[in-house]
Ligand binder design. Structure first.
Ligand code: BES
Ligand code: MN
Ligand code: ZN
Length: 492
């Protein structure tokens, strides 16, 4: 990760960025004072801002080379209204514009608030993310100095904001790394091992990895059914990561779909629908990431993250359409489509959470349906909840953190569509409304938590086709930011 630190602005021969608020380029010119440019050079900067018609819109960058022979470049960078999102966009734009500079000093006003620092740092770090299979040369840009005018007192709030950003980004980077990893390497056991490693040495964190024998003995039959088509060394796991701080009053359970590859099983997917299915554990990656971020921030709320992990493979022993499974806790389900496997593994894990962990709130995240992206496009996750207050809090957390969600209805008139002839429920129907029906299936496993549960179908925002703002091409780590922000407010 980039080294980001605070300092006092001074004259430099390296690259410099100056933040430009919407509609007031003159504020940016004031920030140039410590560079000790002559009047002619300052005039050049002013003319330049006018010539390029810099509006200060969030994330816009205009670079002026060598005013007064030094600094090397001045990157005038818009922060829009100066809210966290504006600074995040500025940070992301700078990570790209200054990628090949050896270092960068970002000149900021003395009254820069902490949420601006959080946005700037998150933008810089998230947009400079790269997925690599092996160690390789990092980008030239290694250090960013956030430079305040002389005499500025850098308060604890700013230092804390930088640490919060670091915690969230570290967790998002882990979630992206896990999700980007090709599925030949990414077995359930490999994923579980990565969680064990990430939690190692953090006081208050513990990990439990359940193997197939345990799952069998305890009746996690749906997780086993989904994992049965895969080779033994690629068999299913259930990971339970717990954060138990002293004095916690609330217990939150986070459940994430962890399909390490989704072929569709016997109901095999065509290539177009299958080729990106290594991302089908993005929900599991996000709930693990958010729990690690909460631990790094030492949030005073108990959290249990559950990741039911399985490869939905095609094999001699794969589950078949028409097979019947008894979920953990006893709900029976007819598998009408082996490609609707996410709700199967989640059902077991959610039933376990409700019966054994007795949380105050339960939230699940899953790359659950193609229908989600049809409804909401590439960037926005679908959110389902019976609780207006929980949905409202989660929507606010998403908004503040820079992720996008849209609340969808749990329409009762579709509830009977999942009723089975032979079983309590069926895992697939052919009446459309795919994302809603999957949510209604999961609802069957919420028990007493029905009104204190939220479900995110984040199939499409888990992945980005291009570098876009703070997102990089490939896995986005969607959900780490929303969940962590929500946990911060819940804990407060
Ligand atoms: N993992 C897929 C959903 C998915 C699709 C995620 C595209 C991300 C991008 C899921 O397991 C699946 O196959 N869902 C089926 C459900 C259907 C068989 C009821 C779908 O959406 O077609
Ligand atoms: Mn599937
Ligand atoms: Zn799937």
């Amino acid at each position: 990760m980039l080294d980001i630190r605070f300092a006092t602005a001074r004259s430099t021969s390296g690259a410099v960025a100056v933040v430009v608020p919407s509609g007031s380029p003159s504020a940016a010119l004031d920030l140039l004072t410590p560079l000790k440019l002559g009047p002619a050079d300052l005039a050049e900067c002013e003319t330049f801002l006018g010539d390029v018609e810099h509006t200060g819109s969030a994330g816009s960058v205009h670079a002026l080379p060598r005013p007064g022979r030094r600094p090397a470049r001045v990157l005038f960078t818009g922060i829009g209204d100066g809210d966290e999102a504006g600074w995040r966009a500025a940070g992301a734009a700078l990570a790209k514009s200054a990628r090949s500079e050896p270092s960068l000093r970002v000149l900021v006003p003395s009254d820069t608030p902490s949420d601006a620092i959080r946005g700037l740092a998150e933008g810089l770090w998230l947009a400079s993310y790269r997925f690599r299979l092996a160690e390789s040369e990092p980008d030239p840009l290694r250090r960013v100095t956030v430079a305040f005018p002389a005499g500025t007192e850098v308060g604890d709030g700013l230092i804390e904001a930088l640490e919060q950003a670091r915690a969230v980004v570290t967790a998002t980077v882990l979630a992206r790394d896990l999700t980007n990893m090709p599925s030949d390497r990414k077995t359930p056991a490999w994923f579980a091992q990565r969680v064990v490693k990430a939690a190692e040495g953090v006081p208050g964190l513990s990990v439990e990895v359940r193997e197939p024998e345990y799952l069998k003995a305890q009746g996690f039959n749906a997780i086993l059914a989904v994992g049965r088509g895969a080779a033994a060394e690629r068999g299913p796991r259930l990971v339970e990561l717990s954060w138990r701080p002293r004095g916690a009053k609330r217990h939150v359970v986070l459940v994430g779909k962890g399909i390490t590859f989704d072929t569709g099983g016997v109901c095999i997917k065509p290539l177009a629908g299958m080729k990106l299915m290594r991302k089908d554990m993005g929900g599991a990656a996000a709930v693990i990431g958010a729990t690690l971020a909460a631990a790094a921030m030492r949030l005073p709320v108990r959290i249990t993250a559950l990741a039911p992990l399985a490869e939905n493979a095609l094999g001699a022993d794969s589950m078949r359409p028409g097979d019947v499974v008894t979920h953990y806790g006893g709900v029976t389900s007819e598998i009408l489509n082996t490609d609707a496997e996410g709700r199967l593994v989640l059902g077991d894990a959610m039933a376990y959470a409700v019966r054994r962990l007795r949380p105050d709130v339960m939230i699940d995240l899953a790359t659950l349906t193609g229908a989600q992206g049809v409804a909401l496009g590439k960037r926005t996750a679908a959110m389902y909840s019976h609780s207006d207050s929980l949905a409202g809090d989660l929507a606010a957390a998403a908004e503040a953190s820079g992720e996008s969600v849209w609340r969808m209805p749990l329409s009762e008139d579709y509830a009977e569509a999942i009723e089975g002839d032979l079983t309590d429920i069926v895992n697939s129907t052919d009446i459309g409304a795919g994302s809603l029906l999957a949510a209604l299936y999961l609802r069957e496993f919420t028990g007493a938590l029905r009104e204190r549960w939220a479900h995110f179908d984040m199939s499409s925002p888990a992945w980005s086709d291009s570098n876009d703002g703070e997102l990089t091409k490939g896995a986005t780590g969607w959900g780490v930011r929303t969940l962590t922000r929500w946990l911060e407010t819940t804990a407060a």
